[in-house]
Ligand binder design. Structure first.
Ligand code: CDP
Length: 132
């Protein structure tokens, strides 16, 4: 039996902007930008994992809003799913896995070097952000 593990990432919105996070590790991903998130733990739903990961990595409380349709392959055995989320409380800080954070307006979303696998979801997230 092959088990595919899910990595859930958040398109976090606040005041019309999208949060981007620059990875500090591993070396092959360091310097590239992503939607922050991480692996589901056993028994967790994707929204539960997202809330936990964003709390651990950024020190913020968030509320998942809706899933962005699609699933993107990562390394063998892993797939990426993306949810939009609303910032409820806290100011994001790069506590784990990242060394810089930026709030991007829709016009500026292409100014960072997104990981390839995140790009389709970033495009859809920006479309939702523009739609309000
Ligand atoms: O924090 P945890 O170890 O659970 O997960 P992670 O290291 O942040 O992410 C697991 C894998 O998903 C890594 O290989 C990341 O490169 C990948 N990932 C991604 O491609 N795009 C994202 N938005 C988030 C994670």
């Amino acid at each position: 039996m092959t088990t595919v593990r899910v990595v859930v990432a958040g398109a976090v919105f606040h005041q019309g902007r999208l949060l981007a996070a620059r990875r500090s590790a591993p070396p092959e991903l360091a310097g590239r930008w992503e939607l922050p998130g991480g692996k589901l733990e056993p028994g967790e739903t994707a929204p539960e994992a997202l809330v936990r990961e964003l709390r651990e990595e950024l020190g913020v409380e968030t509320e998942p809003v809706g899933r962005i349709a699609g699933e993107w392959p990562l390394k063998p055995g892993y797939v990426l799913q993306v949810w939009t989320a609303r910032l409820l409380a806290g100011e994001p800080r790069p506590l784990e896995d990242h060394d810089e954070l930026r709030w991007l307006t829709p016009e500026r979303v292409d100014e960072v070097d997104w990981l390839e696998q995140d790009r389709p979801a970033v495009a859809e997230a920006v479309a939702r952000l523009r739609a309000g």
